[in-house]
Design a protein around this ligand. Sequence first.
Ligand code: PLP
Length: 374
Amino acid sequence: MSGRGRSGPYKKISTLFARPVYGPYEGTAVLETLNSGQLTKGPNVSQFEWDFAEFVGGGEAVAVSSCMAALHLAWLGLGIGAGDRVIVPALTHPATALAVEMAGATPVFADVGPDGNIRGEDIAPLIDEDTRAVCVVHYLGKPCDMAGVRAVTRPDKLKIVEDCALAPGAFYDGQHVGLLGDVGCFSFYPAKHIATGEGGMLLTKHLELAKDARRRRTFGYDDWLQDFVCLGTNYRMTEMQAALGIKQLKRLPMFLKRRAENYGMLRDILAHKGFEVIDSASGSHYALTVLVPDGFNRDKTIKRMRIAGIEPSIYYRPIVPLTAYYSTRNGYEAGNWPNAERIANQSMCLPVGPHLDTGDMRNIGHAFTEACRT
Ligand SMILES: *Cc1c(COP(=O)(O)O)cnc(C)c1O
């Protein structure tokens, strides 16, 4: 998918979709950690957890090896497993559904609204007596309508896990995402808002769930009882990753500001030209989603963008129920998730990350306009 350094008809991709932004502090912090000799289970992880909880303004943060690990631990901690059904949006990263299966439960795929976010009305018809939970995904960092979701899940009936992989810095109703349901899960994969190589964070306001996650990320070991007390994993974050995370988190407010500026500029350029943008005025501005006009071949448009040195991306293709794994196993066919499929088939995401500036936005806007000419 990535065209980094590719030759042939493509000139070198000069405007990457995503690239981590590091300075000298990150390098120094990692070297200091290496020199300290303590590479795991040390002070950096605790510090990163504290800093993260402070950044989001509450809850307990548990650093883990990826967002998918956090999602898996969330389901284990909530006691969801064999025989249980969990509703997830069709338009998401496969990890959202795979984590449900790793816990032994069954993902049930819901369509989303025209903005890419799952809605109460998408969830309600899928609820049956085995349904135990919903995983909402804040699509590209735009918060879901949680009031609408809660109206059908009802706090006493269904658990809510939030996949916040693309949503650090996104608020809903004055609260940071990840604190709106039972558990929130974040990603620090390099293409996300902040990068630790691999890495993730489980966030929860329930102290018991945080304790549970701390045990399960370390083989089920309980520090107080000094014994292995439950089914565990090794999902720990290393001290080197946490060293990066601490420094990256300090940059996050500036990253978010740059993203919002880039996003606003590119949206205005494209809207002015009459293109249909899936807007997310609030949120963490992961990327700008634009619909390729009817009658245009999206893949051809993307090819033209790449020839112009710009790397768009698609979130997400194929939609998860139509991946080879789920479609062959469950016999799923296209047509059941119309909104998700429209976004997956007709849209592309343009980069607005902090590695780019407003000059890049003008280039991207120009290249997209040119790529949509007959
Ligand atoms: C990237 C992503 C994930 C997976 O994150 P990892 O840290 O790579 O496990 C999960 N959900 C969504 C919505 C994502 O974008």
